[in-house]
Design a protein. Structure first.
Lengths: 290, 269
């Protein structure tokens, strides 16, 4: 990462020799990353401070508004099991993280690949667009939560309804962005490919449209992955008995607010990490963009 | 005299948008000979890009025929390389891969392909840039790569649509000189669209002067000057002045003829 950043920095001033100063710039790049982290932490630290102040005012009983220290201790216990304070979640963080991540991954792969494939297909063929797009646009406004009763009725309690909901949530943004990307590929690039000899529809797709649409496909996948995390939490509250969503809801039933916060922060952290991973994949595929 | 390479015969092209029909090109006839460097000169909106798009096969004529080697043109093909106003390079391919992106080049074995890339990059003065992406190049460099890409696929003719119009004055001058050099090297038939009178005189064997609304080729002028041409020379200036007068005259003439301003409104049905 630092190397990549310094490369970009080096190419700003001098297009002819982008590699020339990469090693000299490295410490500066590290300093910049430190600064980025510093700025990003200002708001969370402030929020924690305000939280702690409110907790100390005892407007609500500590059980309903636990202190920052209490939440931290509970979180640490779910991770390490050092005190047993999080009861049956003690040291179980990884089990639930794995359950949620696994569902997200499978649902995302199904929904994302279907969405990208359908979006590209519909974007390529006007007739398919006319037939398929209106129906998809009609289904799209139905919130994923509204599918839960149907999903549970059909698939029962367990992984299948959760994966179904996640795939559904991932499908729509991926479909929309892929479709858009294909339809709005720069027409001059298509003409360029035609004069270079690629005149059939398949050649057009393989040599121009696919690559031209790729940035949009990735945008769709990133949005889809974010929605997948929203869906997994929702699904786990109602349709499965493991994962962060289940942990949240179960903790609510026992009024363990500290554990609820732990669950929420866990979703945030893992969701953030998965987005970074997606970004990394995008950058490694679309090397021409960086 | 060299045989006719490209021809437009009584070509007419109109565009319909909604209920209004615009006649972009009317009754245009022109022959371009093999190895000739022809400039289409005219103000913007005179239909010169339309002629080029018809020759490239990107658009179909409303009436009349266009031919390449006496064969009717009915779509784009790699016998006609096109250089666009914007470079139109594939941003996801490196400079080298862009140069080698033509179908003919890709069909060749890797060693030969690399040799082609090396040769054409040397020709445009960009050796050593094959691993750069278009994004990392200046406008002038990108346009050079576009020319190399066009040439590498071995087209019979090169159709250039104001390729230097978006460049700064210095880059434009440099590329003009280079284009003449490349043309003398390859002797491709070139159709070059421009609205710049000096550029036309500098580059062309023959200049076709177009009038606007509807576009027509009214007159063609042979540029009988030895290359390299000196844009400050007396002969050059005389021809440039002559062309400028012709352009003005025809502009005035077409403005006087009300029948020629033919943006036809058809009534709603």
């Amino acid at each position: 990462m630092p190397v990549e950043q310094s490369l970009r920095e080096g190419s700003v001033g001098d297009n002819l020799a982008p590699h020339a100063q990469s090693s000299a710039v490295l410490p500066a790049a590290l300093r910049r990353r430190g600064a980025t982290l510093f700025y990003a932490m200002i708001l969370p630290v402030t929020a924690a401070a305000i939280w702690q102040a409110v907790a100390l005012m005892h407007l609500l009983p500590p059980m309903l508004f636990p202190s920052v220290g209490r939440i931290a201790a509970t979180t640490l216990d779910t991770l390490t099991g050092y005190s047993g304070s999080s009861e049956w979640y003690s040291g179980q963080w990884y089990v639930h993280a794995l359950a949620s991540t696994g569902r997200v991954l499978i649902g995302f792969l199904i929904g994302g690949s279907l969405g990208a494939a359908c979006g590209m297909f519909v974007g390529m063929f006007e007739r398919a667009h006319k037939i398929v797009d209106p129906s998809i646009q009609m289904l799209r406004p139905i919130p994923v939560v509204a599918w839960i009763p149907l999903a549970v009725a059909w698939f029962g309690i367990g992984n299948p309804p959760a994966v179904f909901l996640i795939a559904l949530g991932t499908f729509f943004p991926t479909y929309l962005n892929a479709r858009h990307g294909v339809r709005y590929v720069d027409p001059v690039l298509i003409r360029a490919s035609q004069m270079l000899g690629y005149t059939s529809g398949w050649e057009r797709f393989r040599h121009v449209v696919f690559w031209g649409a790729l940035p949009n496909v990735f945008t769709g996948l990133r949005i889809g992955l974010g929605i997948a995390w929203i869906c997994v939490a929702t699904a786990e509250m109602l349709a499965v008995k493991s994962g962060f969503g289940y942990m949240l809801w179960d903790s609510y039933n026992f009024l363990r607010i500290d554990l609820i916060i732990t669950g929420m922060m866990s979703i945030a952290a893992v969701g953030f990490l998965s987005d970074r991973a997606m970004l990394w994949i995008q950058r490694s595929v679309m090397t021409w963009e960086s | 005299m060299a045989p006719v390479k490209l021809s437009c015969n009584r070509v007419r092209k109109s565009f319909t948008s909604g209920s209004s029909e615009t006649l972009a090109l009317d009754d245009t006839t022109i022959d371009i000979r093999e190895g000739e460097f022809l400039c289409l000169l005219g103000p913007s909106g005179c239909g010169k890009t339309t002629i080029l798009n018809l020759l490239a096969g990107f658009e179909k004529p409303t009436a009349g025929t266009l031919r390449l080697n006496a064969q009717t043109i009915d779509g784009p093909g790699m016998d006609r390389g096109v250089i666009f106003q914007e470079h139109a390079l594939f941003p996801w391919l490196t400079v080298g891969d862009n140069v080698a992106s033509g179908k003919r080049v890709r069909a060749k074995p890797a060693a030969e392909r690399n040799e082609i890339v090396r040769r054409y990059l040397a020709m445009i003065g960009l050796s050593g840039f094959e691993h750069h992406y278009p994004k990392q190049l200046s406008g002038g460099m990108r346009q050079r790569v576009a020319i190399a890409r066009g040439l590498a696929n071995e087209p019979e003719v090169l159709l250039m649509d104001e390729p230097f119009a978006a460049l700064d004055a210095i880059s434009r001058s440099l590329l003009q000189v280079e284009l003449v050099r490349i043309w003398e090297l390859t002797r491709k038939t070139i159709v070059f669209v421009t609205h710049n009178i000096e550029e036309a005189v500098l580059l062309a064997d023959r200049v076709a002067i177009m009038t606007a609304r509807p576009g027509r080729v009214r007159e063609t002028v042979e540029i009988d000057l030895a290359r390299p041409r000196d844009i400050n020379g007396a002969a050059f200036n005389a021809i440039e002045r002559h062309l400028r007068e012709l352009v003005f005259e025809q502009h005035a003439a077409s403005a006087r003829e009300p029948g020629d301003i033919r943006t036809m409104e058809t009534p709603h049905q």
